[in-house]
Design a protein around this ligand. Structure first.
Ligand SMILES: [Zn+2]
Length: 247
C-alpha cells in the first residue's frame, strides 16, 4: 500500500464518517479500507473519538471549542453593554424623577393646623396628604410697628415623579411645622435693628399655603389674638373716622 494513498484516504475519512463525501470518494475509501489494515484502525479510532452528536455540527473538537469560546466572549460583551445601558438609563431615570420638581396644589394636599394636646398655645401643621419632595417656606410681612413685625409663614410643598410614583399615598399625621399662638411670644433670634438702636421683633401670626408665586393664598392658621387686635384697630379706626366727620 502506497503511503500517499493512505494519506489521501485519511484526509477523506472525516468526510466519509460524516457521509458528506461524493460517492466516488466513498467508493475509493471503501476499496482502500478493504485492503489497508492501518487505515481501518484509523477509521475505528476516529469513530470512537467523535462524539455521537455534536451540538455544533460536524466540526472538529478544536473548532467547536473555539466557537464556544467566541460565543461566550460575545455573550460577556453583550451583557456588559446591556449593564452599561441599563445602568445609565436607571441613573438618568432616577435623576429625572428626582429633579423635575413641581408645586403641589392646595387641593391635592391634606394639611391642617391642630392645637397641641399638651400646649394649648401651640398649633401644629399636620399633614395627611400624599408624600412630598420638598417643603418651602418664607416670611411675608403683614403689618409693622416699631416694636414688632407681624409675619405670615407662606409655605408650599413640591413633588417629583419619584414621590408621585413611589411616595406614600398618605402621610400618617406628620407634623411639618408649628406655631405659637401667644401674643407675648417673639422669636428672639429673629429681629431687625431699628435706626435708634431698638429692636423690631418678628411675630409669626399666620400661616398660608401658596403653591406658586402670585396664586391664591389659603389660610392655614391665624393667631386669635392677632385677629382680635386687627378687629379692635378697625373699630378704633371707624370711631376716629366718625368723630372727624362729626366735626
Ligand atoms: Zn491505508
Amino acid at each position: 500500500m502506497n503511503k500517499t494513498d493512505c494519506n489521501i484516504i485519511r484526509d477523506l475519512l472525516p468526510l466519509y464518517i460524516d457521509e458528506v463525501c461524493s460517492s466516488q470518494s466513498r467508493r475509493l475509501v471503501e476499496e482502500h479500507l478493504k485492503e489497508c489494515e492501518s487505515c481501518r484502525k484509523e477509521l475505528e479510532q476516529m469513530k470512537s473519538d467523535m462524539p455521537l452528536e455534536s451540538p455544533m455540527g460536524a466540526d472538529n473538537p478544536q473548532k467547536t471549542l473555539m466557537r464556544i469560546r467566541k460565543a461566550i466572549k460575545a455573550k460577556y460583551v453583550i451583557i456588559a453593554l446591556c449593564a452599561v445601558i441599563i445602568g445609565g438609563g436607571l441613573f438618568a431615570g432616577y435623576a429625572v424623577m428626582n429633579l423635575i420638581e413641581s408645586p403641589m396644589y392646595y387641593e391635592e394636599i391634606d394639611l391642617k393646623a391642630v392645637q397641641d394636646k399638651n400646649d394649648p398655645e401651640q398649633y401644629n401643621l399636620i399633614m395627611n396628604g400624599p408624600d412630598y419632595h420638598c417643603y418651602y417656606g418664607e416670611s411675608v410681612t403683614l403689618k409693622e410697628t416699631k416694636k414688632y413685625r407681624y409675619v405670615a409663614a407662606v409655605i408650599h410643598f413640591t413633588s417629583t415623579p419619584w414621590t408621585r410614583v413611589f411616595g406614600k399615598k398618605s402621610l400618617d399625621n406628620m407634623c411639618v411645622s408649628g406655631f405659637k399662638s401667644d401674643p407675648d411670644c417673639t422669636d428672639s433670634d429673629s429681629y431687625t435693628q431699628n435706626e435708634d438702636g431698638s429692636k423690631q421683633y418678628d411675630k409669626t401670626v399666620a400661616a398660608y399655603y401658596q403653591a406658586t408665586p402670585g396664586s391664591e393664598r389659603h389660610l392655614l392658621w391665624e393667631a386669635d389674638w392677632y385677629k382680635e387686635m386687627l378687629e379692635k384697630e378697625k373699630v378704633a379706626g371707624k370711631v376716629k373716622a366718625e368723630k372727624s366727620k362729626q366735626k
